[in-house]
Design a protein around this ligand. Structure first.
Ligand code: ACO
Length: 367
């Protein structure tokens, strides 16, 4: 009976009902709480998307202001968190974040805990980034929006509006994506009756893995390795000849297009028209064109398209973020999804408890 049901990786198993997002791989569509990702991500403020996922409806302007102020009041991290970040200044950013976020007090309602976590996460990421460079953390500013304040805390100066919009679109597009590994972990933790801080610590642990949150860095490194458009064909062809995968292309679920890649592409075009490294942008566009042509030649009919990671890398690089901040920055968007899923799980809870099939020995004697 158990054998019949064995599904490694739980592939194809439907383990939750959700109103938060729908991933339609066949149509190449991502819906976020009723809105197509292309409709909501480039237009909404991050605080509005957080409200939408947490409350199930679009906020009024008053509700947006109210939530923005609440999040701004929760930006200050506990003193102990700064001490932990300082002693972990040589650790990977995502590890330091996991350690420090665990110091967030568990208090009040799930919603209050969700707001505490979303409010404080950018402060922790930015503080660790600066400490790792031998710089003092920059205190958060309550008069800036969520995204503008994050960029301000990283660099110590108010960011350009184009950079804020680009990162806001990115975080909105990254906010939720069905029952991915980290979201599943968050739901499993809360399903035992545990709290949202624990859920986010666990989710961060699973996001660290290169099979989940870690691909944009390598995608950008390929562009750097190529270095000049005329080398693109030779370098990429050599990789394919060696049987290597081209980073930033292909997707397990999206076979016709990755809708998030398309949203970010438009943002990148806007961003690089006014800021960022224009030469790198043009090189990346040539690399993309060549990669798509060669993938069609080497893997005909497989429909391998540009994925979200390729454009994420360009966007974050374009606003001046180093590769080490790519995965932690992703978590600043996805933490809204984790907390929204945790609250959704709580409302119709059943402990997440799949079965395993025993394949070990039987009847051994302890002599
Ligand atoms: N470069 C070269 N070949 C590829 C690539 C690629 N990027 N992607 C798929 N292929 C090949 C496979 O090797 C396979 O070849 P084969 O049939 O000759 O053995 C064929 O195309 C079909 O592969 P699929 O089954 O469609 O792809 P799969 O589901 O196995 O892989 C994955 C999806 C893991 C994302 C893959 O495309 C890949 O490794 N891409 C590069 C890494 C990357 O960009 N990861 C980020 C993904 S986006 C995200 O996770 C949010």
């Amino acid at each position: 009976m158990v054998e019949e049901m064995l599904r490694p990786g739980l592939e194809g198993v439907v383990a939750a009902e959700t109103s938060l997002s729908e991933v339609d791989g066949q149509a190449g569509r991502l819906t976020i709480a009723g809105y197509d990702v292309a409709e909501i991500a480039p237009k909404a403020r991050f605080e509005e998307v957080a409200f939408l996922l947490w409350n199930g409806h679009r906020p009024t302007p008053w509700e947006t202001d109210e939530l923005s102020q609440r999040l701004a009041r929760r930006r200050e991290a506990p003193r102990l968190a700064y001490e932990v970040l300082a002693s972990a200044k040589n650790a990977a950013s995502i590890d330091a974040l996991r350690m420090a976020v665990g110091l967030t007090p568990v208090e009040g309602s799930d919603m209050e805990n969700a707001q505490n976590l979303v409010g404080v996460l950018p402060t922790l990421v930015a503080a660790h980034y600066r400490l790792s460079r031998g710089e003092e953390p920059v205190a958060p500013r309550a008069d800036l929006g969520h995204v503008a304040n994050y960029l301000y805390m990283l660099k110590g100066e108010a960011p350009e509006p184009e950079a804020v919009r680009a990162v806001e679109t990115y975080l909105n597009a990254a906010v939720d994506h069905g029952l991915n590994a980290s979201t599943f972990v968050a739901r499993a933790i809360v399903s035992t009756g545990s709290d949202l801080v624990s859920a986010v610590v666990g989710a961060l642990g699973s996001l660290k893995g290169p099979l989940h949150g870690g691909a944009p860095g390598p995608a950008l490194e390929t562009v750097f390795e190529i270095g000049a458009s005329e080398r693109a064909e030779a370098v990429l062809r050599a990789k394919l000849e060696r049987g290597e995968r081209l980073m930033g292309f292909g997707h397990r679920v999206y076979k016709v297009r990755d809708p998030r890649a398309d949203v970010l592409k438009e943002e990148i075009e806007r961003l690089f028209a006014t800021a960022g490294d224009r030469a790198l942008y043009e090189l990346a566009m040539d690399v993309e064109k060549t990669a798509l042509r060669l993938l069609e030649e080497y893997k005909p009919g497989r429909s391998i398209r540009t994925n979200v990671e390729f454009n994420t890398a360009l966007l974050l690089h374009g606003v001046g973020l180093p590769v080490s901040l790519f995965t932690p920055t992703f978590s600043l968007g996805r933490v809204v999804g984790w907390t929204a899923h945790a609250m959704e799980q709580r409302k119709a809870n059943r402990v997440i408890r799949p079965q395993s099939k025993y394949v070990g020995p039987q009847g051994l004697l302890w002599t």
